[in-house]
Design a protein around this ligand. Structure first.
Ligand SMILES: Nc1ncnc2c1ncn2[C@@H]1O[C@H](COP(=O)(O)OP(=O)(O)OP(=O)(O)O)[C@@H](O)[C@H]1O
Ligand SMILES: [Mg+2]
Length: 505
């Protein structure tokens, strides 16, 4: 693609050009990269300032690897090692260039964005499954998995919403494969960093908005606004010629409803269990292995039975039902689709090695989700309820004591352990969680333990468990690594749980 075509896609003209006399507007660009290690000869490098490093540090490197030109924010030198284009908003430029380079694939797809604090991955998977059951081609990008043309693979990037470059590349593959729908998990982080710019969402879905990522967004207000971006992006005049009516799917039971409503310029379809809503669940029956409820929709009623357990999963199901119903999926397909769902990897996954107690691996890593999961497991547990959990390093610091408080209030015994300490002092993270537990009247050594090594923590919880008890391993879910320092060490809570159970039984 000619550099000229790419530059024409920028929403704002470049601020300045450096050492660009050699550069012709007709220069051919054959690849884009924002990671200096992925630059190829003939490529354009986008220098993005990140939290760990700054792309501008690698200009000499990328020049050596054959990059034709770099683009990024202001630089300190007027003599960079390769032609440099200065732009005002580099993240916006990254998205603009990615869209142009891959030929605006979102224009040819029905795109569905799902945001919220908890339940995004689950809801994305449900929407995608229901579309497929109804005979539509669906692709999927979430924290846990990717899907395209009936193929599914794990997301090992440890990023829920990828950078705009990968999103647009993925959407291009989706279009080329003849797939018509894309379901995209849109985290507040991803929305704020403009990763989803150019996804031209037709449908926006929210699960709920509670406490999370406050380190990044600073205040809950800012966080809410970040989530609102998805709904601001919905355009009532958008017509891709696919027969899709733009719509916002909001949760009546959640405080986010009132917050997001003013941002919606498109029609709203709301769902709820506790509050009256257009899509409403009634007669909810929650069991240990299944959930049943009746959904009342405009013009239809559907009896749902699913293996997804817990009150919050009724909410996730409703979000998915409302979404696909608005797209014309019929009631019998919805019932059939949800009956076939066995669960989402690492979410409420049971580990059974014949032990006399229940072991559940779940991805709950926010105060709200931990509380909801413990509440649910309490109602299903005859004996004691135990939890092994931690809190990630270099992420939301404020939630640590709150997580400790919740474990103190909602479980009978718990082990505080590593999640992903990253470059933080792991002992201090554990200590911060423990402080919350102590403020709720618990004593270390009697009511809870702090064991940084996650394998040891799990083994210790199992050693305490008796028949009828439940041990919840929270926070890692499907993840395949634990990040210590800057190293990703292979990890899987489910594998470790199985190994430790086999040692005991
Ligand atoms: N609607 C919900 N409300 C509260 N908690 C939920 C809800 N749905 C799922 N959970 C809990 O949150 C955990 C994570 O679920 P899921 O992966 O679907 O959420 P997510 O929003 O994608 O999370 P992340 O932001 O980490 O990607 C689940 O394992 C479950 O414990
Ligand atoms: Mg997710």
């Amino acid at each position: 693609m000619q550099l000229r075509t790419l530059l024409a896609a920028l929403e704002e003209p470049p601020v300045a050009f450096y050492n660009a006399t050699e550069l012709s507007e007709h220069s051919e660009i054959n690849a884009l990269a924002y990671d200096s290690r992925k630059v190829m000869p003939g490529g354009l490098f986008i220098a993005v300032p990140g939290s760990h490093t700054d792309g501008r540090r690698y200009l000499a490197d990328v020049a050596q690897h054959g990059a034709v030109v770099a683009l990024g924010p202001q630089i300190e030198t007027s003599d960079p090692p390769l032609p440099y284009i200065e732009v005002g908003d580099v993240r916006r430029a990254l998205a603009n260039l990615a869209c142009a380079f891959y030929g605006y694939p979102a224009n040819q797809l029905c795109t569905i964005g799902v945001t919220g604090t908890d339940g995004k991955t689950t809801t994305c998977n449900l929407i995608s499954t229901l579309l497929e059951v109804a005979g539509k081609q669906s692709s999927l990008m979430t924290t846990a998995n990717f899907k395209m043309c009936g193929q599914e693979w794990e997301n090992t990037t440890r990023q829920s919403t990828l950078e705009a470059l990968e999103i647009q590349q993925f959407l291009r593959r989706v279009v080329d494969a003849g797939v018509t729908h894309a379901v995209i998990e849109a985290t507040s982080h991803g929305l704020e960093l403009q990763r989803t710019r150019g996804c031209d969402f037709d449908i926006g879905v929210v699960t709920n908005i509670t406490h999370e990522h406050l380190d990044f967004h600073e205040t809950i207000e800012k966080y809410r606004r970040a989530k609102a971006r998805l709904f601001e992006m919905l355009d009532p005049a958008r017509d891709k010629g696919l027969g899709i009516q733009p719509i916002a799917i909001l949760n009546r039971d959640d405080g986010s409803y009132e917050v997001l409503k003013p941002y919606c310029k498109v029609p709203i379809l709301d769902y709820g269990i506790d509050q009256a809503a257009a899509v409403r669940a009634v007669n909810v029956r929650l069991d240990a292995y299944s959930t049943r409820f009746r959904t009342i929709l405009p013009g239809a009623e559907i009896d749902i039975e699913t293996q997804l357990v817990g009150h919050f999963n009724v909410s996730n199901c409703l979000a998915a039902i409302a979404t696909v119903y608005s797209m014309g999926v019929k009631a019998p397909d919805i019932a059939h689709g949800l009956a076939g769902v066995t669960g989402v990897s690492g979410r409420m996954e049971r580990i059974d090695e014949g032990q006399p107690f229940t072991v559940i691996v779940d991805y709950a890593h926010t105060p709200d989700s931990l509380e909801k999961v413990l509440n649910m497991l309490r109602s299903l547990t005859a004996g004691k309820l135990m939890v092994v959990f931690g809190s990630a390093g270099e992420r939301d610091i404020q939630k640590r004591p709150i997580m400790g408080q919740i474990a103190a209030q909602k479980s009978d015994f718990f082990v505080i352990t590593d999640e992903d300490p990253r470059e933080e002092d792991r002992g201090q993270i554990l200590h911060a969680i423990a402080r919350g537990a102590q403020s709720a009247g618990k004593y270390e050594g009697r009511d809870f333990l702090c064991i940084a090594d996650r394998t040891q923590a799990i083994a210790t919880a199992f050693a305490h468990a008796r028949a009828g008890d439940t041990v919840l391993l929270a926070g890692k879910g499907h993840e395949q690594s634990i990040i210590v320092g800057r190293e990703k060490i292979p990890w899987d809570d489910r594998r470790v749980a199985r190994e430790q159970l086999r040692l005991l039984f």
